[in-house]
Structures are given as C-alpha cells and as structure tokens.
Design a protein around this ligand. Structure first.
Ligand code: UT7
Length: 330
C-alpha cells in the first residue's frame, strides 16, 4: 500500500497582537500570572467580520503556493475546527467556495485540540487506500469571538488565540511519509472542557436564560485537563514509538499541541527529552487548537529544524478528552 506524505505546509496568523497587558486592561489578570502558569506572552486576534474559513483560506493559499499548485489540484478537503463559521453547514464547504472550486468532497472534523491530528490520520488513510491524491487538511480557529473577557471567564480567555495552518497530503514515492497514527478518546471527561450553549435536548435549545448564564462561553476545569494531559501525552508518545520500534532518542523533533508550555515541559521531562527538541511557539500565539500543529510544523520547517529524513512526532491532547500522536518521516 502506498504511504501518504505531507507534500506542503502553510500557515496564517491574523495581524492583531494582543498581549497579556492588553488583557489585564480588560479584566483582572496579570502578565506575571499568565506567563508563569502557561508561558503565553501574546496571541493573535482576527478582526470583526473575519470567519474561521477566511483564516483557513489564507493558510491554504500559503500551502498551495509552497507546493506550486492551484486550488483545482486539490481533490478533497478535511477541515478541523471547534470554531466553525456556523453551526452548520460545515466550514469545509465555505473554504471550498472561497478557493473558487466546486464538487470535491469536504469533511469537517470536530475534535478540538486533536482535530488536526485526527484529520491527518483520515487523510493518510484515504491516500493509502488510493481514494485521493491531493488532500488539503486544514486546522483553523477564531476563538476571540467566543471568549468571556471577565474575571469569571479569565481562566479560559487568557489561553486561546486565532490562527490557521494547512497541509497537502498525497502519495509518497519513497520512504518518507506518515508512519502511523494513534488516536484515543475518553468521553467520561466530556464536560471538563466544553461549550454548553448548543443543548439540543432543550426546546428551544438556546434561551435568553442560557445566554444570561454565559453558556455561550467555553467552560473548563483547568486542573483536571492539566492532570490528565501530562499522563496521556507521554503514554501515547510511547505507544507510537513502540509501534514503530523506535526509541525516544530516534525522534528528531517533537511537535506538541500548544496548550500550555508547562504541560509540554512536564511531558518532555517525563519522557527524558531535552526541552529544545519539544517545539514551542505558544509564547506568541497561545492555544490555536486545531491550528496549533500545522502552524508549528510550518514554523519548524522555516526555522530549519526539519530536514529530509527527520523523524517527527506530533502529539496532542484536548477536550473530549481526546488525544493522540503520529510519527512522520520527512
Ligand atoms: O488543549 C486543552 C486546553 N486547556 C488546557 O490545556 C488547560 C490546562 N490547564 C491549565 O493550563 C491550568 O489549569 C490554567 C492555566 C488554566 C489555570 O492554572 P491553575 O494553576 O490550574 O489555576 P486554578 O484554575 O487552580 O486557579 C488558581 C487561582 C484562582 O484563584 P484563587 O481561587 O486561588 O484565589 C483563580 O481564580 O488563579 C485564579 N485565576 C487567575 N488569576 C489571574 C484563574 N485564571 C486567572 C487569570 N489571571 N487568567
């Protein structure tokens, strides 16, 4: 069976920088608290009127430019986000329309912080099956519209930023490619990090009362997320290594989801990986959820951290809980 590989990568971050000091002017928090707990210094916010699909379009254009390809060359779209343009239809179709193409299939993946990782696994399987040859896989988020800029919502508001990344996945003609994907979930933790407003069991499912209660903002039990993340990340990294008969030292670079610098430092320490091998850009972007991994990949490539033959481990953990890893030979 043909192996699938990442042919090209792109990213887009909105221009507007929002520092911890800017947030401290809006509600009770401080640069010191945010940096100490999370490592975040600033994040980017999209302007009013900008959709998730708009950021995705810019990242996709960057990816296509780097591949020397046109939108017409894409034969399928996989779109990962937790901040879709609308509740339905899926955001993939908006991206397709903005790219100026029609007819090709669009699949939306709703897996939060592991959305890109799951999407890559899906694209990998489609390519290996021979169904498609040029799959555009995008992770994009506009979080800034749905954060609660008050003392009540500050634990979540300081963490998230807007941004998008995209990759093209196609058949490999050599030994490079996606070696394996390892996907997990535990629905017992579904309420630990969630957006409650869409409660379809209620008739009507959104009321003035639920709005007054602030259910349109994400809620999180941060400590629980932290605790489980630092266990599951090393666990799935080891699972991926074992599946490929690799040792932790064989990995040239770890691209972890950028949720909290402390989570990644903790995981690196547990795995015995030097911190410089655990890529990090959370300082500049915060948590861009589905955008985080392709943005990290794009920057790591630009910084010369990835070469032909490099072994890359992507790993992520987030709402659901969902978590996973994939190993890629570049
Ligand atoms: O992809 C998954 C995304 N989510 C995550 O990865 C989150 C993982 N969890 C975390 O990163 C941490 O739990 C946080 C950074 C969110 C919070 O850190 P913590 O050390 O777990 O703080 P806490 O929630 O236990 O709150 C400690 C104190 C509280 O005050 P009191 O009750 O001790 O007086 C909070 O009210 O910190 C307060 N606090 C804040 N203070 C200033 C909470 N958020 C803030 C804030 N600024 N933004």
């Amino acid at each position: 069976m043909t192996r699938a590989k990442i042919l090209s990568v792109g990213r887009y971050l909105p221009e507007r920088r929002v520092t911890n000091f800017d947030l401290a002017n809006m509600f009770e928090t401080s640069d010191e608290w945010i940096q100490q707990r999370t490592g975040i210094v600033e994040r980017r916010y999209a302007d009013e009127g900008v959709f998730c699909s708009d950021l995705a379009l810019e990242a996709s254009k960057d990816c296509l430019k780097n591949a020397g390809m046109k939108p017409e060359d894409i034969d399928f779209i996989v779109f990962a986000t937790l901040s879709p343009d609308h509740h339905f239809p899926g955001t993939g179709v908006y991206l397709q329309r903005k790219l100026g193409i029609t007819d090709i299939g669009c699949l939306d993946i709703r897996n939060q912080c592991t959305g890109f990782l799951y999407s890559l696994a899906v694209a990998d399987a489609f390519v290996r099956m021979g169904m498609y040859k040029r799959i555009l896989v995008v992770g994009s988020e506009v979080h800034s519209s749905a954060l609660h800029y008050t003392k009540e919502g500050r634990d979540v508001a300081v963490l998230f930023g807007d941004g998008a990344g995209a990759v093209l996945v196609g058949p490999s003609d050599g030994s490079s490619g996606i070696l394996s994907s390892h996907l997990h979930a535990d629905g017992r933790y579904a309420e630990i990090l969630m957006l409650e407003i869409f409660n379809i069991s209620k008739k009507p499912y959104i009321t003035h009362q639920t709005l007054d209660e602030g259910k349109q903002y994400p809620k999180m039990v941060g400590r629980e997320v932290f605790k489980v993340a630092v266990t599951k990340i090393p666990e799935v990294v080891n699972e991926a290594l074992n599946a490929n008969n690799l040792k932790v030292e064989d990995i040239d670079i770890f691209l972890p989801h950028q949720a909290n610098l402390r989570i990644n430092q903790f995981a690196a320490q547990q795995l015995g990986v030097p911190e410089e091998k655990f890529f990090s850009n959370i300082q500049r972007y915060g948590n861009t959820t589905a955008g985080s991994l392709p943005i990290a990949l794009s920057e790591a490539l630009e910084q010369g951290l990835i070469h032909e033959g490099s072994l890359i481990m992507m790993v992520a953990f987030g709402s659901g809980f969902t978590w996973g890893a994939n190993i890629i030979r570049w």
